[in-house]
Design a binder for this molecule. Structure first.
Ligand SMILES: C[S@@+](CC[C@H](N)C(=O)[O-])C[C@H]1O[C@@H](n2cnc3c(N)ncnc32)[C@H](O)[C@@H]1O
Length: 260
């Protein structure tokens, strides 16, 4: 599976509401008048499947994901699911809405991936994508720095989280020549997190997974790495007077309809 780390639906869903919000914002803006086939690519635990079905009541909605653990949770929602690597997934029939929330940034080579996904659409279809644009933020950048610094460095050599996505202009240049309609925007959410070490807990459900996977079976190193990361997050994202921690989270949105 292309770069897909181990996923723990329970840890991921600790912040389920915050993680669902951009999906809902994107779903609300999909302009398709009446899709028949909707696919959620990288559906994870299936959080967005009911929202897609509610927005498009005439459509069959299907979730695709590479993680057996996440898919087991998605299947419990009652929607059809399929285990596949997005890198080589193709639909049996062209799709009207190809939706993906917080998944495609885990795959490399967007210059090849996005045109291929456009090719999976039926005439008049829409590709609807949201991806975190957080590579330079402390929650992500500190992971790479710390991985190279401590006693865990040898075990973490070559381990990286999701690669940086293109900047918004890069997606424009890639998609505009291929699209009849294109809508790009960036939103920075200010997630209000609570509880002990909430930023570290957030990352443990997503971007920190590759490092934690690599330290599996080394409890001392894993605990040391996590403690160092949590301390760095406390410094980078200090609590407000009421104890809440604000996590600014930048997200890139793409709505693309290919040329006929
Ligand atoms: C951050 S979760 C997002 C889940 C869901 N879309 C949501 O919004 O809650 C990323 C999901 O993408 C899936 N994923 C990442 N890379 C993948 C790949 N190459 N093929 C299939 N699924 C992949 C993971 O298994 C994971 O469930």
């Amino acid at each position: 599976m292309s770069g897909n780390p181990g996923w723990d639906p329970n840890q991921y869903l600790r912040f389920g509401e915050e993680r669902l919000r951009p999906a809902l914002d994107l779903i609300a803006r999909i302009p398709h008048p009446g899709p028949r086939r909707v696919v959620d690519l990288g559906c994870g635990a299936g959080n967005a499947l009911p929202a897609l079905a509610a927005r498009f009541p005439g459509a069959t909605v299907r979730g695709v994901d590479g993680s057996a653990e996440m898919l087991a949770r998605a299947a419990a929602t009652g929607f059809a699911t399929e285990r596949a690597d997005i890198a080589d997934w193709a639909p049996a029939e062209p799709v009207d809405v190809l939706f993906s929330n917080a998944a495609l940034h885990w795959l490399p080579d967007h210059a090849a991936l996005f045109p291929r996904l456009l090719g999976c659409l039926a005439p008049g279809g829409w590709l609807a994508v949201q991806m975190p644009a957080m590579h330079a933020a402390p929650v992500r950048a500190v992971q790479d720095r710390l991985a190279q610094e401590g006693p865990w460095a040898a075990r973490l050599a070559g381990i990286r989280s999701a690669p940086p996505i293109l900047d918004p202009g890069g997606y424009y240049d890639l998609l505009a020549p291929r699209c009849a309609a294109l809508d790009l925007w960036v939103t920075e959410y200010l997630h209000v997190l609570r509880g002990p070490d909430p930023v570290a807990q957030w990352a443990m459900g997503s971007s920190l997974r590759p490092y934690l996977d690599a330290l599996e079976g080394e409890p001392g190193l894993r605990e040391g790495f996590l403690a160092a990361y949590a301390a760095a997050m406390r410094e980078a994202y200090p609590p407000r007077a009421d104890g809440a921690v604000l996590l600014p989270f930048r997200r890139q949105f793409i709505l693309a309809q290919p040329r006929a």
